[in-house]
Design a protein around this ligand. Structure first.
Ligand SMILES: Nc1nc2c(ncn2[C@@H]2O[C@H](COP(=O)(O)OP(=O)(O)OP(=O)(O)O)[C@@H](O)[C@H]2O)c(=O)[nH]1
Ligand SMILES: [Mg+2]
Length: 274
């Protein structure tokens, strides 16, 4: 038993909202319920039904107008306002959700929110203290595949969020349906990347002065050995199921359900504990 959540984060346009909608639809198909929460104060339209919405607390449009801020400063203001309102607004919204509920938080796309400022760390700490079991799902556009420079930059951003949030973390490569045949074939190399091979590729694209830096970055990725990706193809229900199962496992969703089924079986069939 418990309450479960995924914090869906990642760079702008990397497919967070699409991920939330597809996971929700997949769950609906298999008879599971998940609720999607909008945490993006700048969002304007959704494909999914919104369980609750940060725009009921604060919107980017209002902040830009009232505080005379630009879009980036305005978003930071909104998120700091959210951070201050966790106990009131979020606490109240979460009261509607109880045992076994499962939420997907669709987050904004500015990556500095996950590495430079404390709002999401505070958000995570609040949910944990309220009894939620949660994981970070970091979406990365698979256009990074095939370009070592972009791939390393994306991996380092993902690592930075991983370190800041200290959550079970799954990196999801999105838009794999858009990959050309050549890059599709290369995909498996990037799912569990070999940093030294990537550094060699980087050397080809950078001037010799950067080689030591390339080695150092590769070594960092190797030492943490935590940067791995799963590819998500929405045209393949089995693939969606596998990705979801991996995240469920991180947050221990369903483990109680197994125990309950086993208990029921033993009770009805008169089995013993052995
Ligand atoms: N073909 C394809 N398109 C995708 C996929 N995922 C996302 N897209 C498209 O990419 C664009 C951006 O997707 P969103 O889900 O809005 O991305 P986001 O990360 O929520 O964007 P922001 O909230 O603005 O940061 C949209 O046009 C989506 O339809 C995918 O797996 N395949
Ligand atoms: Mg979005």
């Amino acid at each position: 038993m418990g309450r479960f959540a995924q914090l869906v984060i990642g760079p702008a346009g990397s497919g967070k909202s699409t991920y939330c909608d597809n996971i929700r639809q997949h769950c609906e198909t298999i008879g599971r319920t998940v609720h999607v929460v909008n945490l993006d104060p700048a969002a304007d339209a959704f494909n999914y039904p919104v369980a609750f919405d940060v725009r009921d607390l604060v919107t980017l449009e209002d902040v830009m107008e009232e505080m005379e801020l630009g879009p980036n400063g305005g978003l930071l203001y909104c998120m700091e306002y959210l951070e201050e309102s966790l106990g009131d607004w979020l606490g109240q919204e979460l009261q509607a959700y109880g045992e076994d509920d499962y939420l997907l938080f669709d987050c904004p796309g500015q990556i500095e929110l996950y590495s430079h400022i404390s709002v999401f760390r505070s958000f995570v700490d609040y949910l944990k203290s309220d009894g939620w079991s949660l994981a970070a799902v970091y979406t990365v556009d698979c256009q990074f595949v095939g370009d070592p420079t972009k791939f390393i930059a994306g991996s380092l951003q993902a690592m930075s969020a991983m370190v800041q949030l200290e959550l079970p973390h799954v990196n999801v490569l999105t838009k794999v349906d858009l990959l050309g045949d050549e890059n599709k074939a290369a995909l498996s190399e990037y799912l569990i990347p070999d940093p030294q091979a990537l550094a060699q590729e980087l050397d080809k694209n950078t001037s010799p002065g950067f080689r030591r830096l390339n080695r150092a970055v590769a070594q960092l990725m190797e030492e943490w050995s935590m940067v791995a990706f799963v590819a998500l193809d929405y045209s393949d229900e089995e693939c969606i199921g596998d990705v979801l199962a991996q995240i469920d496992h991180c947050i221990q969703w369903g483990e109680d359900a197994d125990v309950k089924i086993r208990d029921l079986g033993m009770g009805e069939l008169g089995g013993d504990d052995s």
